[in-house]
Design a protein around this ligand. Structure first.
Ligand SMILES: [Fe+2]
Length: 513
């Protein structure tokens, strides 16, 4: 999809993609203002969003900017050195939005790469690259895209993003947990119970207000591997819990914070998210709310439904941890997505506009018994769809007979692949992509994984290492490759393709190799 010439262009981008280079005072800035890089997102057949934020001193108050609007020019071209410019303009980077800039490009040609750059006061950003999607009426023969998320800065390096940048992708799907609002304060307990020291430290304590969230995004965005991945690929971004607060659900944060206070945190978190993500104006926050669920289509090959599984959740019926079922597990009033979102999703799934329907969401849809030792009752991940069993069954029943649904998920900090069933009838295949860094190094099999595989026949694969997934789609076949790193706690983690899951269109069945 991307030819050799464009890979050479990629090399040019990488050479420029140095982080926060301090420079002699020029153009009114005491330091390089594009220290957080550039990004593109929400690609469509006629354009995409390009983003940057001026932050000469990223971790300081207001990113080191004065409280005044600053003009930023942008240009879009058809070659990697921007010799042929096809669009240009000027936007004001305003203090109300942390001097971020979002430009919603239209009028571009479908299914081709473009390059873009920002300028301000004599300074130039790196050149980013993004592809438009194919025309809606077209019939692409293939699609290759990436899946990533869960990037706790304290748990590990973003080495996976360096490899994502090198992949030949049409775009990246980011399932959320782009930042972690938490603060480990020096030590943490790993999955094995060992006390470990964070690999890197969050600046500041747990995020509470807008300034905290802004600084957290700024810290993450200074990572050179993350900047590099953004410079190479447009992304569809969705939200999970850590953009706001661990395991939040609707108006509740699981720690008895009064809803009206929690909504203040949501408003601050969503504003900072919008300021730092390459998303469309349609996602501009309205106080504590944001319209994050939306769709996209890759010609007639794949239709994507990007879900929001946080804002419209009812409180966890049986708690938010790994717990045995309680009587409320099948409460039909417990919802994971809003009624409007569910109706939209069911409508899209039942009248498919493409060969494949991809439900791109956050938390696991399979209900797995997570017991790793003897116990009287199954243990479920109550923060996932398994904790909202009535809503889960209702949605899976609507997938019956469709035979072309792929569910993409994150959140688990492990790789999983398995079958989703309505009763005993397989209806879809779910691929759960591991974390970029959350959970630390991991190992091929976490303790108890063999027992989980044996107890859950619908589950075909588990791996507990960091990385990302790549999906290769043709009209007949969907393949998801699980790319894993041997470690993320020191630089230079080695990448390998751990496994590939293959689905043939017309059968909700999965072959692992
Ligand atoms: Fe996470």
């Amino acid at each position: 999809m991307i030819n050799r010439r464009q890979f050479v262009a990629g090399a040019a981008v990488s050479a420029l993609a140095a982080p926060a280079i301090l420079r002699a005072q020029s153009g009114g800035f005491t330091a390089f203002p594009f220290s957080l890089g550039v990004a593109a997102g929400d690609p469509a057949p006629d354009g995409f969003v390009i983003w940057t934020r001026l932050a000469p001193d990223p971790l300081e108050q207001h990113g080191g900017m004065a409280m005044a609007p600053v003009p930023v020019t942008w240009e879009v071209g058809t070659d990697e050195s921007l010799r042929t410019i096809v669009a240009r303009g000027e936007e004001k980077a305003r203090p109300e939005l942390a001097h971020s800039v979002h430009v919603e490009l239209t009028g571009l040609q479908p299914d081709r790469p473009y390059w873009y750059r920002f300028r301000c006061a004599g300074e130039k950003s790196v050149i980013g690259r993004a592809r438009t999607l194919p025309a809606l009426g077209s019939s692409p023969r293939s699609l290759r895209f990436g899946v990533a998320g869960c990037q706790n800065y304290e748990d590990g390096l973003f080495t996976a993003y360096r490899h994502i940048a090198d992949e030949d992708l049409a775009f990246l799907y980011h399932y959320g947990d782009y930042i972690y609002e938490s603060w480990q304060g020096g030590v943490q307990t790993s999955h094995s119970g060992l006390i470990t020291t964070p690999v890197r430290h969050h600046v500041g304590q747990r995020c509470q207000d807008l300034a905290d969230y802004r600084r957290r995004y700024a810290q993450y965005k200074t990572d050179p591997d993350l900047q590099r991945a953004h410079a190479f690929h447009a992304a569809f971004h969705t939200i999970d819990d850590h953009e706001v607060r661990d395991n939040w659900a609707g108006d509740s944060d699981t720690t008895d914070t009064p809803p009206e206070l929690f909504r203040l945190r949501r408003a601050a978190a969503f504003q900072a998210w919008y300021e730092h993500m390459p998303v469309r104006r349609a996602l501009f926050p309205r106080g504590p709310s944001i319209d994050a669920w939306r769709g996209a289509r890759y010609g007639d090959l794949v239709s994507f439904d990007f879900l929001d599984t946080r804002q419209y959740r009812t409180p966890h019926p049986c708690g938010d941890d790994f717990l045995p079922p309680c009587a409320a597990l099948t409460d039909p009033k417990a919802t994971m997505i809003s009624a409007e979102e569910e109706a939209w999703l069911v409508r899209n799934l039942s009248r498919p506009q493409a060969r494949w329907s991809c439900v791109a969401q956050q938390v696991m849809m399979m209900s797995l018994d997570r017991r790793t030792a003897d116990g009287p009752a199954p243990i479920l991940n109550m923060d996932s769809w398994a904790g909202y069993e009535a809503a889960r069954r209702r949605l899976l029943a609507r997938m019956r007979g469709l035979d072309n649904v792929i569910v993409l998920t994150g959140d688990e900090h492990q790789n999983f692949a398995g079958i989703l069933a309505d009763g005993d009838t397989p209806v879809a295949v779910e691929f759960v992509a591991t974390s970029i860094s959350s959970g630390g190094d991991g190992s091929d099999r976490r303790r108890g994984s063999d027992r989980i595989l044996a107890a859950n026949p619908q589950l075909k694969f588990i791996n507990d290492q960091r990385g990302y997934a790549v999906c290769d789609v043709t009209p007949e076949t969907w393949q998801t490759s699980f790319m894993v790193l041997d470690q993320v706690t020191t630089p230079g983690g080695a990448l390998r393709k751990r496994a590939v899951g293959t689905v043939e269109r017309g059968r909700a069945a999965l072959t692992m190799s």
